[in-house]
Design a protein around this ligand. Structure first.
Ligand code: GLY
Length: 574
């Protein structure tokens, strides 16, 4: 305990004593071993961290349904996976109830009332470097807590306090860090220190090593307020006061009124077909559902199975589809409460067949022939996804995010949670790329109270009217193409779920006009053929990090955590 004051910098003496007491009475939680191919009969939870999966599983075993487990997992991830799990961010839930009813909840962050179109521009109209990605002004009004409250109010079975409790225990009793957790805390040490000069639980006086325990007493206290007061435990009272104080310290603009006004929104999910499967996906303000349905409709026009997985012919066509879909994204997609998004039109057969008509089998279409723009390099695993199926076969697919790892890197003083930097998902200036290299225009311009466009693609697939696949991934702009490929791998290439998840992936997003490919995704022959068609190829280490569940023909569940791309992804079932 010699480093107590350094480790707990900003914490009060009382909080410190509470931790000391707990250290002597409670054991921290350690992640268990992974299973090679997780199978289950009754229910399953697949997340980016074993302890979050176990929190969800415990709720299922206690008689909770998939919605109860969703709340437990969302809050547990905020503790054990603080780089992307959150209460200071937002997300989307797509769900299918046991009776086949489908729905979705939008708990995406919103722009504060003080933010407007030119919020990130200087007096000359130039983008102020870093302002939409780092620090207090990069944060949107968080939606995760309201989202969980609403989901639970409408669909939960167990008491609210019972489903929030596991996260409180993880925060208070401590979590033993895995290698990936320790690495990530160390990687962001400098930024976290710079933005939180009074210290946070995430920074101690030495670097983290695997096996260290992360205690988060301030976050535990915030979660207790959420447990005891529900929505008011976050958007009002002590937590809101601490957040307002934090804003004042860093000249941020989120006000008590912004917090009080935040409301998650029920939205009709988008549905489409692919061969004899039904695909259920998120509507705007996520672009994920529109883009996925567009890509699948386009894929149906070509014999991709016959051409084979990741052959030059297949990759060429998928790239050409992606190029056109991402160009549509930049122009037409935004928050439907503020901009008339032509969803029906741009997902119609008519429109899409016209869109694909310019695809040529023997050469790529340069992106500038579709629309002009400039962008930076992209490769990112930020955000996190979890998939849950319960014994009645209710299914919930949630993608949730702080945007960048640890969001804007501000940890709310006294409240212990990271704030998002989701404002960067707006188009801060038409044609200027965001941190994922995505460009946008009017549809996604900043307005007070508006939700920023997302790529998150939580998805559910039915086969013959029954639940078949629950899937999603992190990865910024690469989320859409990662989900697309895993869905194609299962539905078109007949792969098993573990193979579909492990298969190497590629990505193209219109701009930059580059095909990113994971190491090993393409044979030398395929590379030569694609280059001959004009494609500019670039190797990257990884794309996406899937968390999926598939219902097998006998009704049992197989888990698809992404075991091959590093990290602690984990399926817990029973
Ligand atoms: N922040 C990533 C996304 O919403 O697409």
């Amino acid at each position: 305990m010699q480093n107590f004051s350094a480790v707990f910098g900003r914490f009060s003496v009382a909080a410190g004593l509470a931790v000391l007491l707990l250290l002597t009475t409670c054991r921290p939680f350690s992640p268990p071993e992974k299973e090679a191919v997780p199978l289950a009969e009754h229910g399953m939870v697949v997340t980016a961290h074993a302890l979050a999966s176990q929190a969800g599983l415990a709720v299922l075993k206690a008689g909770g349904n998939a919605f109860d487990a969703t709340v437990a997992v969302q809050f547990a991830l905020a503790v054990v996976y603080p780089r992307a799990g959150n209460i200071g961010g937002g997300g989307f839930a797509v769900f299918r109830q046991a009776d086949g009813t489908v729905g979705s909840l939008d708990f995406r962050e919103k722009a504060p009332a003080a933010a407007g179109r030119d919020f990130y521009l200087d007096s000359l109209g130039n983008v102020i470097e870093g302002m939409s990605t780092s620090g207090h002004r990069a944060a949107g009004v968080p939606g995760s807590v309201d989202g969980m409250v609403r989901l639970h109010e409408r669909y939960g079975q167990l008491p609210w306090a019972q489903v929030v409790q596991p996260a409180i225990e993880l925060a208070r009793d401590g979590v033993v860090l895995t290698e990936s957790e320790a690495d990530n805390l160390n990687r962001f040490r400098e930024a976290l220190t710079a933005l939180n000069p009074e210290g946070t639980a995430f920074v101690k006086d030495t670097t983290w090593v695997p096996g260290d325990t992360l205690f988060q007493p301030e976050l535990a206290a915030t979660l207790e307020r959420i447990r005891d007061e529900g929505r008011a435990g976050f958007y009002e009272g002590e937590t809101a006061r601490l957040l307002a104080e934090e804003m004042e310290r860093g000249h941020g603009v989120i006000t008590a009124e912004d917090l009080r006004n935040y409301e998650a929104k029920w939205r009709e999910p988008l549905t489409g077909t692919f061969h004899d499967f039904r695909v259920i996906a998120m509507a705007p303000p996520s672009s994920g559902g529109v883009a996925l349905l567009q890509l699948l409709q386009g894929s149906e026009q070509y014999p991709l199975q016959r051409w084979g997985h990741n052959t030059a012919k297949t990759v060429h066509i998928m790239t050409e589809l992606e190029r056109r879909v991402y160009a549509d994204r930049a122009t037409y997609l935004g928050d439907p409460d503020f901009f008339q998004v032509p969803v029906a039109r741009i997902t119609s057969e008519d429109y899409l067949n016209g869109r694909w008509a310019s695809i040529q089998p023997d050469r790529k279409t340069p992106s500038e022939e579709i629309k002009e723009g400039e962008v930076n390099q992209i490769e990112s695993l930020e955000t996190t996804h979890f998939s849950i199926v319960d014994s009645a076969r209710n299914a919930v697919s949630v993608t949730t995010t702080l945007n960048g790892y640890f969001g804007c890197k501000v940890v709310v003083g006294g409240a212990g949670f990271c704030l998002n930097n989701e404002m960067d998902d707006f188009s801060v200036k038409p044609g200027v790329p965001n941190m994922f290299g995505l460009v946008g225009g009017e549809a996604n311009a900043i307005q007070p109270g508006k939700r920023m466009l997302s790529s998150m693609t939580p998805t559910i697939v039915e086969r013959k009217g029954k639940l078949y696949l629950v899937v999603g991934t992190p990865g910024g702009s690469t989320i859409i193409t990662t989900v697309y490929q895993v869905v194609l791998n299962v539905l078109e290439h007949d792969m098993t779920l573990p193979d579909a998840v492990a298969a190497k992936r590629l990505h193209h997003q219109w701009l930059p006009d580059k095909v990113l490919y994971e190491t090993g995704a393409l044979s030398d022959e395929a590379k030569t053929q694609l280059e001959a068609l004009g494609h500019d190829l670039e190797e990257v280490s990884k794309l996406g990090k899937i968390e999926a569940i598939l219902v097998q023909p006998d009704g049992t569940l197989v888990g698809g955590p992404d075991h091959t791309r590093g990290g602690d992804d984990f399926a817990s079932g029973y």
